[in-house]
Design a protein around this ligand. Structure first.
Ligand code: GAF
Length: 385
């Protein structure tokens, strides 16, 4: 186990022991993700190209005394939550982290899985609000922990679907499947091209000579702020107007013929072109063609900025600085749902130190701090430790 995972494991097991007076029965780890390209395409039945990363959430769990679930959150001053398995829990609006535990537990029960009471401790080392899917990783970890505790084995794609349902039905974000699926199915050394309609996964190996850099803009984001769900509704309206079940089935000629208003047209244009860019990027990655990959990433960012309108000025600045520092071999774009969060950059590993130095001298967060920079290799998906 690497030192980062070991430190997290030590923290989650110590928190568990301190609160419950004994060691957990098992610990589950579920990673965050970075999406290389394919943004807001997942809920349009389209394509995405994410990879799991090293930072993760861990859940330590043991069987509880009765039909209650008790949780302690190491990252929130050891805040606690308790709810019964007998009555459907309500949202815990004072502690948003608790909703992912409540929502996932309920979603598993609704999917027909009989769960025993449980004691849990949770801890993570994913930056919050960075667009690296800390909440999806939490739901996946909680789900796997409940299932393992009860000796229930289900396919990790099914686990991801239940976690997505928890986020949509309980938390209220009408998200796609990408974040939960990559946290559940990630593969070390690989990005995965995901067909979000069939859930087919295609390996996209990443050479050791290629580095992924993630730079946090310093502007934190949340999905439950209306913008995300509004974008989804606009996409669905565009698909309905063109007579297709999802924008995956539309093309630019159909869009031109549909004569939609300017905003709806722009939203649909982003999704239609982003799907093609994602397929092209997977091909470029397979060939080690970082020049084409960089061009596609730049087009993706521009499309998110101008057509989907989900970037913010600080992010546009950060991406421009990254693109200039990287040059033609590789590229950069915003990653994740938008309105803040992180940029992802791809470059030859040999360029990392130089690019990092340039970002540190040229970009400051809106608060004036140096940005958080992470250099990651694709890691594995959820596991029982
Ligand atoms: C968020 C959502 F949770 C994903 O489903 C996806 O839509 C992403 O934003 C944008 O690509 O992370």
């Amino acid at each position: 186990m690497n030192t980062r995972d070991q430190a997290l494991l030590d923290r989650v097991t110590a928190t568990f022991a301190e609160h419950y007076g004994h060691a957990p029965d098992l610990v589950v780890r579920a990673p965050g993700r970075v999406n290389l390209i394919g943004e807001h395409t997942d809920y349009n039945d389209g394509f995405v190209l994410p990879c799991a990363i090293g930072p993760a959430n861990m859940v330590a769990i043991s069987t509880g005394d009765d039909d209650t679930v008790e949780v302690v959150a190491a990252d929130f001053d050891n805040a606690r939550d308790t709810f019964s398995l007998q009555t459907p829990p309500e949202r815990n609006l004072k502690q948003p982290w608790a909703d992912y535990v409540r929502g996932m537990t309920l979603a598993l029960q609704n999917a027909g899985h009989a769960l025993s009471g449980a004691k849990m401790a949770i801890a993570g080392n994913l930056p919050q609000g960075a667009g690296l899917s800390s909440s999806a990783a939490l739901a996946v970890a909680v789900g796997k922990a409940h299932l393992a505790l009860n000796g229930i084995g289900i396919d990790n794609s099914r686990l991801a679907q239940i976690a997505q349902k928890a986020e949509c039905d309980f938390v209220g974000t009408q998200c796609g499947i990408m974040d939960q699926l990559i946290s559940a199915q990630g593969k070390a050394g690989h990005a995965l091209l995901i067909d979000c309609r069939s859930l087919e996964l295609t390996d996209a190996p990443l050479s050791d000579d290629v580095a992924i850099m993630i730079v946090h803009s310093g502007v934190t984001r949340g999905l439950v702020d209306g913008h995300y769900n509004a974008r989804r509704r606009q996409c669905e309206a565009a698909a309905a107007a063109m007579g297709v079940s999802a924008l995956r089935d539309a093309d630019l000629d159909m869009l031109a013929a549909a004569n939609l208003d300017a905003v709806t047209t722009a939203r649909a244009r982003h999704v239609i072109t982003e799907n093609q860019r994602t397929l092209d990027a997977a091909n470029a990655l397979a060939k080690g063609d970082l020049v084409t990959l960089g061009t596609l990433m730049a087009q993706s960012h521009k499309s998110m900025r101008d057509d989907f309108e989900i970037t913010i000025p600080a992010m546009d600045d950060l991406v421009a600085i990254l693109q200039y520092a990287i040059g033609h071999q590789g590229g950069a774009r915003m990653t994740g749902g938008g309105f803040g969060g992180a940029a992802v950059a791809i470059m030859p590993r040999a360029r990392v130190a130089d690019v990092q130095a340039k970002i540190e001298s040229a970009y400051k967060t809106p608060k004036g701090d140096a940005p958080l920079i992470m250099v990651e290799r694709p890691g594995p998906g959820v596991s029982i430790l």
